[in-house]
Each structure stands twice: as structure tokens, then as C-alpha cells.
Design a protein around this ligand. Structure first.
Ligand SMILES: *Cc1c(COP(=O)(O)O)cnc(C)c1O
Length: 418
């Protein structure tokens, strides 16, 4: 980064500081990961200089000899990795990708059904503060109080009553397998388009560690930067020509201008990496690690939503530990354990100060950590939370000790790309 350092030393220093922070921290944020050096290099290329509104072979600017090849490669790799007929790699991120699904199949005021945000759904699945909840008519499903899992009979009941034109399955804090065939049957029954939002689990689907929505969902939406381990971006996939045409029109010219070609190239690189046997092993290990961490936490008296995990994600309620999610997440961060506070289903506290914490194993698994390290991390989480519940003084001492041990661990597991 010699040019950056001389042109803008302030930003260069801050980038270095963030790199150090990432190296020294145990990243447990379920939506994050570490991309490879190759993905980073593709992101920082001259491709950012080029405008290419339109699609390969039908652009509104000249000079697309190279960009067309890059975008076509990314599309072909997405199609072959996920086994779909069509892919659009232009959405700027997951939220705009989902907005394109509405634009493709709904008119303002039409009914959309999605999982409620407090139950693990995403803002863009029709939550009230989102454009998708303001401009469309949202109806919501949740999870059962006794199981913490989606009740497909309830989903069917709501769908039959409300007749949504679009149904979203998937979400942002769901620790369990999504039953794509059951959602597809309900969508068929009510004549709705089924969109599977696999933003969180795309890497697991690609690696064969979670069932695929292909053959069940009409549309598949995903970010590329979570378990899939690519740059910040998104993709929309479809099986039928008709759905694909509608999605393409919605992305451009419906919602976006020029695609971010440097991101497209980095997505292509990530998709190539995700098609290797090494990545399949990674996806399997992500799940094994999450299950090991879940077992450790359960053994230490943590209340896990749904009692465990099938994927990379664990959501736990800190009420039995006598402390809120926010102070716990802040204390864990000071100990070098990076998490986020999160609502839990049927939360009695406010969204900005909820009862739970969400963690995931995509990042730590990318660093090569395994089951033994997960047990250690579970013990640290317990030690910090338990000390915090006893008071600040007790907590300071424990946080200091855990932080030193975290630095020892992170130094043994260098993160990719750093
Ligand atoms: C992360 C996420 C999104 C949105 O992605 P952004 O890139 O943050 O806009 C959409 N849907 C789900 C389920 C997600 O987890």
C-alpha cells in the first residue's frame, strides 16, 4: 500500500489498524468471514474504472471487450456451482438484490410473506422500517415458542389466509436447516413466487453442508460475503427463463446503474475457490465447529434458541445468566471476542438492548480453528459473561486475562488475506 501511505497516510494508518484489529480478534460475527488474498487483489483492480450498464453483449457503453468476459465467467461459475440455469451477479449487496425480487414480481401494495425480524428474518423480508415493509403489504411468520423452530403448518395457514404473491424463506439469525421443499409446496398451493434468501448459508449450500433450494425455490437470493467467502456483493439465481428475465430487468434498469466490475471479478474468484474440495471440507468443518461450540455453551448453562444448530450460527438467550445481550457483547469485544447482540424469539427486552447474542463459525473456521479451539472459545464466553454478571470489577480482571489468552490463540491461527 505504498501509494496509499504517501497520498493519504491517515486512511492508510486506519486500514492498517483495522487489519491489526482483525488479526488479533476472534471473529464470531455470523455474517462475516475473511476473504482470500486472491479475492482482495481482484477487488483492488482497475476494473473499478469501467462503466458497463447493461448485460454482456448488450451494453450502453463501448469498451466492454474484457468486462463482458469477466461477468460471463462469474455467471458461468455461479451456474455450475449452484446448479442453476440463470445467475445475475450485478446486485450491489443483499438488500438491493432482495429489492430487485420485489421489483420483478410485485406491485406496490402487494402482499409479501417473510419471517419476522425478531424471529430471525431479514429487514428486507417485509419488516416495517424497511422500504419492503412500507411499500408492500407484509405478513409474517415466526418460530414456535416451545421448539424455537419454524412451524410449517403455521406458515401454510398464514399463506392460505393472506394469499401473498411472494414468500421469502431464509433469514439472518436462523440456526436450523430451512425446509425448502415444504416452503415450495406452500408457495405452489397459494400461487406465490418463492424466494430462498440464502445470504447466510450460501457457502454451506455450495459446499454441500446444507440442502440446496435449487429445484424448490423460484428465485435464490444471496450475498457473496458471508459463508461464501467472497467480496461484499450479491447474486440472484433462477431456474426458469421467465423469472430470470424479470430479475435481470429489475436489477438493471429497474434499480441500478453500472455494475461494480471489480466486485464482479472478485465474486468470480470466490466462486472458483468455492468449487474446490478444500471448500467442501471447509463448509463441513464450519458446521462441526458450530455444533462443538453449541455443545460447550449448553454444557455451561447457556440457553440456545432451538437448543442447538444445524449450520454455522448459534443464537443464545442470556436471561438465565442474569445479563443483557448488549453489555455482554461489549464485554466480549473487550476480551477480543467479536459478536453481536441480537433479539431472541419472544424477546421481552427492546431491540437496541435485547436478551441475546448471535455468533457464527465461518470466520474462525477460515483461520483453521477446529473443535478444540471452539471448546476454548465457549469457555471464554462463559467466563466473561459470568464475571460480568457478578459486577464490573470482577469482569475487568477476567476480561484482561481472557484477552491475553485470545491474543495467544489468534497468533497461532493467521487469518487468510491479512
Ligand atoms: C445479510 C443479509 C441480507 C442483506 O445483505 P446486505 O449485503 O447487508 O445488504 C439479506 N438477507 C439476509 C438473509 C441476510 O442475512
Amino acid at each position: 500500500m505504498s501509494s496509499l501511505s504517501s497520498v493519504d497516510p491517515q486512511i492508510a494508518e486506519l486500514v492498517k489498524a483495522e487489519e491489526r484489529r482483525q488479526a488479533d480478534t476472534v471473529k464470531l460475527i455470523a455474517s462475516e468471514n475473511y476473504v482470500s488474498k486472491a479475492v482482495l487483489e481482484a477487488t483492488g483492480t482497475v476494473l473499478t474504472n469501467k462503466y458497463s450498464e447493461g448485460y454482456a453483449g448488450k451494453r450502453y457503453y463501448e469498451g466492454q471487450q474484457v468486462i463482458d468476459q469477466i461477468e460471463t465467467l462469474a455467471i458461468d461459475r455461479a451456474k455450475s456451482l449452484f446448479g442453476v440455469n440463470h445467475a445475475n451477479v450485478q446486485p450491489y449487496s443483499g438488500s438491493p438484490a432482495n429489492l430487485a425480487v420485489y421489483m420483478a414480481f410485485l406491485n406496490p401494495g402487494d402482499t409479501v410473506m417473510g419471517m419476522g425480524l425478531p424471529f430471525g428474518g431479514h429487514l428486507t423480508h417485509g419488516w416495517s422500517v424497511s422500504a419492503t415493509g412500507k411499500w408492500f403489504n407484509p405478513v409474517r411468520y415466526g418460530v414456535r415458542k416451545d421448539t424455537g423452530r419454524v412451524d410449517m403448518d403455521e406458515v401454510r395457514e398464514i399463506a392460505l389466509r393472506e394469499r401473498p404473491k411472494l414468500i421469502f424463506c431464509g433469514g439472518t439469525a436462523i440456526p436450523r436447516t430451512i425446509d425448502f421443499p415444504a416452503f415450495a409446496e406452500i408457495a405452489r398451493e397459494v400461487g406465490a413466487v418463492l424466494a430462498a434468501d440464502i445470504a447466510h448459508i450460501a457457502g454451506l449450500v455450495a459446499g454441500g453442508a446444507h440442502p440446496s433450494p435449487v429445484g424448490h425455490a423460484d428465485v435464490i437470493s444471496t450475498t457473496t460475503h458471508k459463508t461464501l467467502r467472497g467480496p461484499r456483493g450479491a447474486m440472484l439465481m433462477a431456474t426458469s427463463d421467465e423469472h430470470a428475465t424479470a430479475l435481470n430487468k429489475a436489477v438493471f434498469p429497474g434499480l441500478q446503474g453500472g455494475p461494480h466490475n471489480h466486485t464482479t471479478a472478485a465474486i468470480a474468484v470466490a466462486l472458483k475457490e468455492a468449487s474446490t474440495d478444500e471448500f467442501k471440507a471447509y463448509a463441513r468443518q464450519v458446521v462441526l465447529n458450530a455444533q462443538a461450540l453449541a455443545e460447550e455453551l449448553k454444557g455451561r448453562g447457556f440457553d440456545l434458541v432451538s437448543g442447538g444448530t444445524d449450520n454455522h450460527l448459534i443464537l443464545f438467550d442470556l436471561t438465565p445468566k442474569g445479563i443483557g445481550g448488549k453489555p455482554a457483547a461489549q464485554a466480549l469485544d473487550r476480551a477480543g471476542l467479536e459478536t453481536n447482540y441480537n433479539t431472541v424469539p419472544f424477546d421481552t427486552r427492546k431491540p437496541f438492548d435485547p436478551s441475546g447474542i448471535r455468533i457464527g463459525t465461518a470466520g474462525v473456521t477460515s483461520r483453521g480453528m477446529g473443535v478444540a479451539e471452539m471448546r476454548q472459545i465457549g469457555a471464554w464466553i462463559d467466563q466473561v459473561v459470568t464475571a460480568l454478571a457478578k459486577g464490573e470489577d470482577e469482569a475487568e480482571h477476567v476480561i484482561g486475562r481472557v484477552h491475553a489468552e485470545v491474543l495467544e490463540l489468534t497468533s497461532q491461527f493467521p487469518a487468510p488475506g491479512l
